[in-house]
Unconditional design. Structure first.
Length: 525
């Protein structure tokens, strides 16, 4: 097989940067508690080498999976690239996930190690007790008196030279779990070549240069921060300022302090930033492009540019597509109410349910052509059926519906997979429904998404109780909070005698949504 990147992998790319520009800053980490840590390419390379040797000493081999249950931190980056040097596979998870959710991800991925901060140690312990595949828990920072080994202590005695392990571009490097239409998340298998392709696509699309600096506020467990920010930085030899978390009140002060030129956001953080108090100082930022996904209004676009002067560029992509197949042009007309045009290296089309192209202006599902393991995901981990349903004859069926105008710009319409977008996270309605249906007083339920001014969509549950049963919305919400990550918990619970259904028994969610919109939809300012 001829690879589009020759035989490069993540380890080769990092080693090249550390050799070619050893003293160049790669990452500046701000823990937002008073400590700022800058690292050069050479220093970062040494740390990842130590992690690689440590993983090998712990018995981790090529193809083994490890769980990173971590917030944004330097340890996340060390372990990610350290594992890549051995051909091991990271499985990042959302730190908001409770033990029941993390248990499935760890068990399904067969992760042998869990890396965690002290603040989430109890969740990791609970998962380890339930998952026989987990051998050890390692702490990344915390009390030195802890019974668990500290990553920093274990790294200290390891060699700083790179372990030599043969790694092919199509070897697996990560499994990124994403919500699907079923009750269980699906694991997107990401290869070394996938990561390189994503980074190259974004870097070339926005003309990223070595003197650019990414401002990274989105979580590292998410594909956006990995693909669009970290990898585009690495393939270009640029730098990035990594924040421990997103803070609307500190965003522009931090961005200005670290002289950042590029950042990536979702619509929800954009609305949160617009809700902050106005200050002229925020226009002193050096941002030359702000990538964003998900729709914001024309009025919000205008206010953003008027207040911050930071050029926005809307795009569309999925964890499964690696880079963004649709982007507004960097050097041509941007229509930021649209998702843009097909990006270089991608072929995008709109089709009906049979796969036939839709007429211009018509609504169809977005499909993306590529090569699995190179320009598209390798597949879903241990799920050949879902893989076959999503990738058909080299076309990836996205489940998102859109339309295209006469100039070729794509406009998002809706989600064919009944997905709810909340603060940049995908929430499958079926995931929430499956939890509510486990409540002993619940007979039936349907979950829908409603527009939310700040967080894209709010979650509403329409619940039918067993005859004679009584409960409250607060009890249902508390039930969900104990079993779901916070961003999946419904804000609204309504009780009904029955749910509207078709003649074949399918719940007519569009009727529920229409009724709820009249009652709960935000009113225009």
């Amino acid at each position: 097989m001829t690879y589009i990147f020759g035989h490069r992998n993540l380890s080769d790319l990092l080693e090249y940067r550390a050799t070619a520009m050893p003293d160049k800053t790669f990452v500046i980490f701000d823990d937002m508690a008073g400590q700022v840590t800058p690292l050069t390419y050479a220093a970062f390379e040494e740390q990842t080498n130590r992690v690689a040797h440590l993983l090998r000493a712990l018995g981790i081999q090529r193809g083994d999976r490890i769980n990173l249950h971590l917030p944004n931190c330097l340890e996340f980056l060390y372990i990610w690239f350290g594992a890549a040097k051995l051909g091991a596979v990271i499985m990042p998870s959302n730190i908001a996930s409770p033990a029941t959710e993390l248990e499935y991800l760890v068990g399904h991925s067969e992760s042998r190690l869990i890396f965690v901060k002290e603040t989430h140690r109890e969740v990791a312990e609970e998962v380890k007790a339930r998952c026989s595949c987990v051998e050890r828990i390692l702490l990344c920072g915390g009390s030195s008196a802890s019974d668990f080994p500290q990553l920093a202590d274990l790294m200290a005695g390891q060699p700083s030279t790179r372990p030599r392990v043969p790694i092919e571009p199509t070897d697996e490097a990560a499994i990124l779990y994403t919500s699907g239409t079923t009750a269980r998340p699906k694991g997107v298998v990401v290869t070394h070549a996938n990561y390189l392709y994503a980074g190259e696509t974004v870097a070339k699309a926005i003309a990223l240069r070595p003197d650019d600096r990414h401002f990274v506020v989105l979580p590292l467990f998410h594909g956006n921060a990995q693909y669009y920010s970290t990898l585009s930085t690495l393939v270009t030899g640029a730098s990035m300022a990594l924040m421990a978390r997103f803070s609307a009140s500190q965003f522009f002060d931090q961005c200005i302090r670290y002289e950042c030129t590029v950042t990536s956001l979702f619509a929800a953080p954009i609305r949160m930033l617009l809700a902050q108090q106005r200050t002229q100082a925020h226009r002193n930022n050096r941002l030359r492009v702000v990538l964003f996904a998900q729709n914001i209004t024309e009025a919000q676009l205008a206010e953003w540019h008027e207040r911050f002067g930071a050029p926005l560029l809307q795009l569309w992509g999925m964890t499964e597509t690696m880079g963004p197949p649709l982007m507004n042009p960097f050097a041509q007309e941007r229509r930021n109410l649209s998702m843009g045009l097909p990006a270089m290296g991608y072929q995008v089309s709109l089709v009906d349910e049979s796969g036939a192209p839709t007429p211009l202006g018509g609504i169809g599902q977005i499909v993306v052509r590529g090569e699995p393991g190179l320009t598209l995901m390798k597949g879903y981990f241990k799920n050949p059926q879902a893989t076959a349903e999503t990738i058909r004859k080299d076309w990836l069926w996205s489940g998102d519906n859109a339309r295209q105008d006469e100039e070729g710009y794509f406009y998002f319409v809706d989600r064919a997979k009944d997905m709810i977008k909340r603060s940049g996270e995908n929430v499958a309605a079926s995931e929430v429904e499956s939890v509510i249906l486990q409540h002993p007083k619940v007979f039936d339920c349907a979950v829908i998404g409603l527009p939310d001014v700040l967080r894209d969509e709010k979650i509403m549950a329409c619940v039918v109780l067993h005859k004679g049963a009584q409960t409250t919305p607060e009890e249902i919400i508390a039930w969900c909070r104990q079993r779901l990550a916070s961003f999946r918990v419904p804000e609204i619970v309504e009780f009904r005698e029955e749910l509207p259904r078709t003649s074949v028994g399918k719940i007519q969610k569009h009727l529920l949504r229409r009724e709820a919109m009249e009652k709960y939809a935000p009113q225009p300012p």
